[in-house]
Ligand binder design. Structure first.
Ligand SMILES: NC(=O)CCC(=O)C(=O)O
Length: 283
């Protein structure tokens, strides 16, 4: 008897303009979430890294909010409920009594907070003549994975620099994920070199859908985001890609394709875990 094909969903990635006004950033996100659903029929909508604040260590404390009581959380919850969608709320700087995190919230069609994911690998790099950045000067890294069941699929969350760590993606595959979603803001040095490469690499490693969601590029910003939000299928093929400006892109993800690739190239069951393995220590 043939196995019933698994369903999928339509996802919209919102490559949003982000400026210094939190109120404007939030209002723009809400307008574009509504139109992604009304005009494009999205079931799942995903926002970029740092969508309510400019991206920069000097900005995080000022824009940080508590989750889920802050105004951004309350707005995302309300709009998810109004539209009956799953909302991957990009990231915002999160304030707690003891630390600041770079955090993604995920909201249900009823407006409930399904998960929070705090960026595990902080973006600390130094490329002389290119870019130096140290999130760890002001942020604390998270230590929990987040897996969200959506319409029969399992979706894992990572944030930007996290995509460089194949071990994290492997843990999500071990947990049965079919899709990984990474809000992210690569820059003009590493973006052209690594953004697509890493999205396709993680798709190929895990035989999963990958979505990466960037802010729109703003040549006048202190940190210039690369853009090019994309959806990659489990064959590692780019199926939707934005340019660098403000844009919504839409893709129909089909989890039957995940099953197909995994059956036809069964690397997961062929791993030599007697020789090597990637296991959770804590999460
Ligand atoms: N926001 C980030 O984590 C940026 C990561 C990045 O640009 C990279 O090259 O990695």
């Amino acid at each position: 008897m043939s196995k019933m094909a698994r369903a999928g969903f339509r996802i919209a990635l919102l490559q949003l303009k982000v400026g210094p006004s939190k109120a404007d950033n939030l209002a723009n996100a809400l307008t574009r979430i509504r139109s992604a659903v009304r005009d494009n029929g999205a079931r799942v909508v995903a926002l970029p890294e740092c969508f309510n604040s400019p991206y920069g260590t000097q900005h995080f404390a000022k824009y940080a909010e508590e989750i889920p009581t802050g105004e951004t959380s309350r707005s995302l919850s309300a709009v998810a409920k109004e539209l009956g969608i799953y909302l991957i709320g990009g990231t915002i700087p999160e304030r707690t009594p003891t630390a600041t995190y770079n955090t993604c919230t995920v909201w249900s069609p009823e407006g409930a907070l399904l998960a929070t994911y705090r960026k595990i690998h902080l973006f600390d790099i130094n490329i002389p003549g290119g870019i130096t950045f140290r999130e760890s000067d002001v942020l604390t890294g998270g230590d929990q994975l987040a897996v969200i069941p959506i319409d029969g699929a399992r979706v894992g969350i990572g944030i930007c620099y996290d995509i460089r760590f194949d071990e994290l993606a492997r843990l999500y595959r071990n947990k049965g994920c079919d899709m990984l979603i990474y809000p992210g803001a690569f820059n003009m040095k590493t973006g052209p070199l690594h953004w697509e490469l890493l999205a396709r690499a993680r798709a190929n490693d895990t035989q999963s859908y990958i979505a990466t969601i960037s802010p729109a590029r703003d040549a006048g910003a202190g940190y210039i985001a690369w853009g090019h939000s994309m959806v990659v299928d489990p064959w590692a093929k780019v199926v939707a890609e934005a340019a660098d400006g403000e844009e919504t892109i839409v893709a129909d993800v089909d989890f039957g394709k995940v099953d197909e690739v995994r059956a036809q190239i069964p690397v997961f069951s062929q791993r030599r875990t007697d020789l090597y393995d990637t296991k959770e220590q804590k999460c």
